[in-house]
Design a protein around this ligand. Structure first.
Ligand SMILES: Cc1cc2nc3c(=O)[nH]c(=O)nc-3n(C[C@H](O)[C@H](O)[C@H](O)COP(=O)(O)OP(=O)(O)OC[C@H]3O[C@@H](n4cnc5c(N)ncnc54)[C@H](O)[C@@H]3O)c2cc1C
Length: 248
């Protein structure tokens, strides 16, 4: 159990940023708490609960959808503006009890290597809006944020923007149909070409070029060795690419 030594519930983003950026004590933001409250770290922390600061709406434009960081996964899965494949991938994030609490901001910040939802956001050209220590906002490509977590230090994710068009498909292999995937491949075709993302092959979901999969060195575990994961990545990517078909 996380050693929580203080709790704050600021009512504005500015107040949350100022609490987060104090020199001490060590502070972390709390969204749905599904990952944070399950942590076994004994390091004392103060929690800054984001639930009173807003950022819990979904807005759709002609070609993009803006998702507030505090949108719960259960609301994401039910919203008609969210592309159908992303809604389906959202339902693969843990049980529904978890999805009722977990937020899209927390899911992105966690960047769990097995998250099919994060892989889906990568192929939908996810861009993350960060509120930084000084109060300025910064827009960062999701794949850049996943590759460089230092961008999150002292910052708060306030939203995610995704594109909404294109044709998309996903394939996965797990120990059972309801278990977390060992490896999953997600792809999307638009007029600009095909974007492919994988789970289970690196420390976070990643964007890949099909030709580069042979060079991946996935971390192996009891569910699948490195070589098995690489093999799955190639097979699942081929199936996804076949489903996406040729450009029309
Ligand atoms: C039983 C169980 C099953 C799970 N299954 C899955 C799964 O299938 N797939 C998966 O990907 N994950 C899974 N997780 C991990 C975790 O629950 C998810 O990643 C979840 O979506 C985290 O969201 P949250 O809102 O609960 O974040 P929290 O637990 O509140 O926070 C998680 C981390 O993100 C940071 N954070 C949260 N919001 C923000 C923000 N707006 N800006 C900056 N940093 C922020 C927090 O400081 C913390 O470090 C599981 C966890 C449990 C306990």
């Amino acid at each position: 159990m996380q050693a929580i030594v203080g709790y704050h519930r600021p009512e504005s983003l500015a107040a949350a940023l100022s609490l987060l950026n104090r020199k001490s004590p060590r502070s972390v933001v709390l969204a749905g708490g599904t990952s944070l409250n399950a942590s076994e770290s004994s390091q004392p922390i103060e929690m800054i609960d984001l639930q009173a600061i807003g950022f819990d709406q979904i807005r759709s434009g002609s070609a993009v959808v803006e998702i507030g960081a505090m949108v719960r996964l259960s609301d994401l899965a039910a919203h008609q503006a969210i592309p159908e494949l992303l809604r389906e991938l959202t339902t693969r994030e843990g049980p529904n009890t978890l999805r009722n609490a977990a937020t899209i901001g927390g899911t992105i910040a966690t960047g769990h290597p097995d998250s099919e939802l994060v892989a889906g956001c990568l192929v939908y050209q996810g861009r993350v809006t960060l509120a930084t220590a000084g109060g300025a906002t910064q827009s960062v490509e999701l794949n850049e944020l996943l590759a460089d977590r230092s961008k999150l230090e002292g910052s708060i994710i306030i939203g995610l923007e995704i594109e909404s068009g294109g044709t998309a498909a996903a394939e996965r292999t797990g120990r059972t149909p309801s278990d977390l995937s060992i490896v999953a491949a997600v792809g999307r075709r638009t007029v600009a070409g095909v974007r492919l993302a994988l789970t289970g092959t690196a420390s976070t979901p990643i964007l890949v070029e099909p030709d580069a999969i042979a060079d991946l060195e996935p971390p192996g575990d009891f569910r699948g060795s490195s070589a098995y994961r690489r093999h799955l990545a190639q097979t699942l990517t081929r199936r996804v690419t076949e489903q996406l078909g040729e450009p029309s």
